[in-house]
Structure formats: C-alpha cells, structure tokens
Design a protein around this ligand. Structure first.
Ligand SMILES: [Zn+2]
Length: 304
C-alpha cells in the first residue's frame, strides 16, 4: 500500500492552509505536554526525532517513564564495557542498570526530555511473551505510579511503542498498562494515545489494527495517522537533518551493542492512534502538525 493513500500524513498538504498559526504563536498558545511510557531505557529512540521536534521546535514538554531497570540488556555489550573500563565477568545486572540509566539521561538531554521516571521493574531479557511482565512486575506499583503521574500532569498525549506481535513482550505489556491507565480517565479529559514504530517510507505497508487477543489495543485506522521523515532538514540548518539527532541518541546507548547497528536504518517514525483515546483525540495532534508545518519543513518524499 502506498503511503500517499493515508488519510493523513506528516505534514499533510491541508495543514499548510492555516496562516494564523505561526511557529511563534503556536509556542506561546498551547505547548503540548507528552508522556512517553516505555519498557526499556533506549525505547525513546523509536520516536527520537519527533520528541526533539516537540521540545525544540514547538516548545512542548516531554516526560519519559521507564518501567524496567534494563538489567537484561548485557548481550553484545563488550565494546561498551571496554569503553567504560569494566570487565563483563564483574558486571552485575544492577551495574548494567546503573550504566543504562546514565546512557538514557544523556540521550534524554539530546532530545529535551524534561523528567525521567524509573520504575525499576525486573528486565529478564528478550521475550515475546506479553504475560511475562504481568507475572513478574510489581503491578500495583506500576499502575499506581502511572495513574498518579497522569493525574498530576494531565498530559495531552501519551505515547508508547506500538504493540505489534513481533515486538518485545515488555513493549506489549507496557502498552497494555498505559492503555489501561488512560482509560480510567473520563472521555473528555483522557489524553490522546499514540503507538509509535519506526520503518521506512516504502515499507510501512504493515498495517496494525490490534494486537491479537487484546481488543483494547485497537487503532482508529490500520495505517499510521501521521508519520515523520527523519531526513527532514533541521530548522537550525537546512543542510542537516533530523537523522543526526536520532544517531546521537543511538550513540549514547553504548551498552546496547546490536542497537548501535541501527544508524540510518529507519527513515520514518510512524504513529498510530489507539481508539481508546478520549474525545480530544484529533483536537490535540492536528494542531501539533500545524505547528510543525508552520516551520515549512516539508520532506521531498511528502512533496512528491
Ligand atoms: Zn525496548
């Protein structure tokens, strides 16, 4: 399926017909407030360019909540441990967790994350099992922390990784917990719920309607409601683009060896909208797109 057939695109041609919204006005009027809810301290890379745009180009606020301690990510860490002056035989899960937290804080600084929240739940490594987290995590604590954060901050958007069948089981579990927490709010004050997945422009044909067996993960449309091309020039320099920001973020997560191979592999950040979001759904993200469009950042792929 061609991306041009999407009902909405980033930024869609229609977004340019709104002269009343200059970037400066948009910043002053209503800075968007976003909570990124993820399983691991590197998952923010999936939407690093978009987060950077929200914090640096729109004046929005983005916080990040990380559910696990990241202690399961020791594979392929040899070059990083050498870099940090550590011996693998002496690196405990606790030490890795501490390292990864530092990596995330540095990555978060690059993309402008305001606050990081760490729930330190057990990360036992890769699994496809959606139930593993439900069995092993302190669910009352995770649910309680997530709910009180949502209650206190009243985010406009809650963003999580798209819970596809083939993604890490922890990503799926976190998406389910985020959906549950958001649905506890009345429709009128419920944040918009988005799921993100990276890919290429050409290969986004993979539709996502819901995670089989979990109808609460149903999306409003099988295709992304909007997407961002990381090759879009930076507002600071037309000769440079947002993929630089993504590569900086990847580079900070040195302990995640295979992840270091991700440079330039994914050109697009695709966003699906969960049907469970509240009445404010499009009222929140459509103006956000207009803010970005006001900066006149149109990618060649979209222009075509
Ligand atoms: Zn992850």
């Amino acid at each position: 399926m061609m991306m041009s057939s999407l009902t909405s695109w980033w930024p869609g041609p229609g977004e340019f017909a709104l002269p009343e919204l200059s970037g400066i006005m948009a910043k002053a009027a209503s800075p968007v407030k976003v909570l990124l809810v993820v399983a691991h301290p590197d998952d923010e890379s999936e939407c690093a360019a978009t987060i950077y745009r929200i914090t640096h180009e729109v004046g929005g606020v983005v916080d990040q909540l990380v559910v696990t301690d990241g202690a399961g990510g020791l594979s392929f860490s040899a070059p990083a441990l050498d870099y940090y002056g550590l011996r693998r035989s002496r690196v405990t899960g606790k030490e890795l967790s501490r390292l990864r937290r530092g990596e995330l804080l540095r990555a978060g600084k690059i993309i402008g994350i305001r606050h990081h929240y760490f729930l330190d739940q057990k990360d036992s490594g890769f699994t496809l099992d959606v139930d593993e987290g439900l069995r092993t995590w302190d669910l009352p604590r995770v649910r309680g922390e997530l709910s009180s954060l949502l209650e206190r901050e009243r985010y406009d958007v809650v963003l999580t990784l798209l819970p596809t069948s083939d993604t890490h089981g922890h990503h799926k579990t976190v998406a389910l917990l985020a959906l549950e927490a958001v649905q506890a709010f009345p429709d009128s004050s419920r944040p918009v719920l988005m799921g993100v997945s990276t890919g290429s422009f050409e290969k986004t044909g993979a539709a996502f309607e819901e995670l089989p067996g979990f109808p609460e993960t149903r999306t409003t449309n099988g295709q992304p409601v909007w997407s961002f091309d990381r090759r879009t020039p930076l507002s600071l320099s037309a000769a440079l683009d947002h993929s630089i920001i993504v590569n900086w973020v990847i580079a900070e997560h040195k302990s995640q060896g295979m992840f270091q191979m991700e440079y330039g592999r994914h050109t697009h950040e695709h966003f699906w909208q969960f049907a469970a979001g509240g009445e404010r759904r499009e009222a929140v993200w459509r103006p956000l797109l207009r803010h970005f469009a006001a900066d006149s950042l149109l990618t060649p792929a979209v222009a075509a």
